[in-house]
Design a protein around this ligand. Structure first.
Ligand SMILES: NC(=O)c1ccc[n+]([C@@H]2O[C@H](COP(=O)([O-])OP(=O)(O)OC[C@H]3O[C@@H](n4cnc5c(N)ncnc54)[C@H](OP(=O)(O)O)[C@@H]3O)[C@@H](O)[C@H]2O)c1
Length: 334
């Protein structure tokens, strides 16, 4: 018998801030899995800022989302039927088939998850793509040394909160910026040394200077814009800038002006490098080993913001741009 699945499709390309009218929910009847295929029912879907970039019709490191099709993205689910000997009903799998309740796909296109004693949705957060982004970018580009000062923007989110805690494990002093007092309080509760609420700080430069009086050696940038300009200002000689994301400009309708103080890069000999998590796939085994251990030891903690039902995925997505999520933004499916 066919399996019914609802999915969220991109109906039109957003201009500026995405809106409900850019998305539609449709129901499809899935066929029975063919040879080598599996039927998976998703239990958790990931909601990620990079998905905004795929809504533009322009060349990038990943192709744009096609109009009228379900949005691709990370999800965790359970195998319901399997025509592949490597998978059995009940297996927990991670996939990139995105915002849909269920799907049929070649078994080779999903990853079987080992039970590391963590909730399944952690494989979309600290033990998944955001965790790997934090771990790989921080180590590979940041080259942290104990005693250095690290500044993290977007620190209340999935990537930023993980970076803050890894930096503490590496013996660094951590200064973090986030957009609410609740987020900054949580960051201090997990060991962050000083925090800035950039929405109420008034003068962001002054606030960061007070939080990091000796300057910063590493900047982990999730935000771009004013935060990047401030980081250039407070950077110490030979600082490393890890350019992970620039969410403050993802909805810009015109290219925004660059930081006005880029010339600091020369005099301060700053090294600034962008990266995409897949660049450092060679670190995956080490990432799993370290992160699993740190999670078990309680040295890495996380928050989740959960929306319920596939139809609420767009609303959850909008929240990323208004600070409506603390930690990993997820959609839970029945
Ligand atoms: N390079 C890669 O491979 C890679 C992989 C994953 C993610 N990323 C990037 O990493 C960053 C964080 O991703 P995430 O998944 O962890 O998302 P997230 O931080 O969990 O969610 C986004 C957060 O960004 C903050 N924000 C939104 N607009 C802002 C603005 N104008 N100025 C300052 N902060 C703003 C909001 O928190 P506040 O309350 O603090 O405003 C919001 O909660 C994003 O830029 C994302 O694109 C890059």
């Amino acid at each position: 018998m066919a399996t019914r699945s609802r999915e969220v499709r991109l109906k039109s390309r957003p201009v500026g801030m995405p809106m409900a009218e850019n998305f539609e929910v449709a129901a499809v009847d899935l066929p029975d899995p063919g040879p080598g295929e599996i039927l998976v029912r998703n239990s958790w879907m990931s909601v990620d800022p990079y998905m905004r970039g795929r809504m533009y019709d322009r060349p990038s490191y990943v192709p744009p989302f096609a109009l009228g099709e379900a949005l691709q993205g990370g999800a965790v689910g359970t195998v319901v039927k399997s025509n592949d000997p490597k998978f059995s009903p009940g297996d927990l799998v991670e996939s990139m088939f995105g915002w849909r309740e269920a799907f049929v796909a070649p078994a080779a296109a999903v990853t079987k998850l080992q039970n590391a004693g963590v909730p399944a949705q952690a494989y979309l957060g600290v033990l998944g793509m955001p965790g790997m982004t934090a771990y790989s970018g921080f180590h590979r580009i940041g080259e942290p040394k104990a005693g250095e000062t690290v500044f993290v923007s977007g620190a209340g989110g999935a990537v930023g909160a993980t970076v803050c805690q890894i930096a503490k494990i590496r013996g660094c002093t951590v200064v973090a910026s986030a957009g609410s007092d609740q987020k900054t309080a949580w960051l201090r509760s997990v060991g962050v040394d000083a925090t800035v609420n950039y929405k109420t700080a008034g003068n962001l430069l002054k606030a960061v200077q007070e939080a990091a009086p000796k300057g910063i050696d590493i900047y982990f940038d999730n935000v771009g814009g004013a935060h990047l300009e401030v980081a250039l200002e407070v950077a110490r000689p030979f600082a490393r800038f890890i350019e992970c994301g620039m969410i403050s400009i993802y909805n810009a309708t015109e290219p925004p002006p660059g930081p006005r103080n880029m010339s600091y890069i020369v005099g301060k000999r700053i090294r600034m490098q962008g990266f995409i998590v897949i660049d450092y796939i060679d670190m995956r085994e080490q990432f799993y080993a370290d992160m699993t251990q740190w999670v078990k030891e309680g040295r890495i903690k996380w928050e989740e913001t959960i929306a319920n039902g596939v139809e609420n995925a767009p609303k959850a997505f909008f929240n990323l741009f208004t600070g409506g999520n603390s930690g990993k933004m997820l959609v839970k499916l029945d």
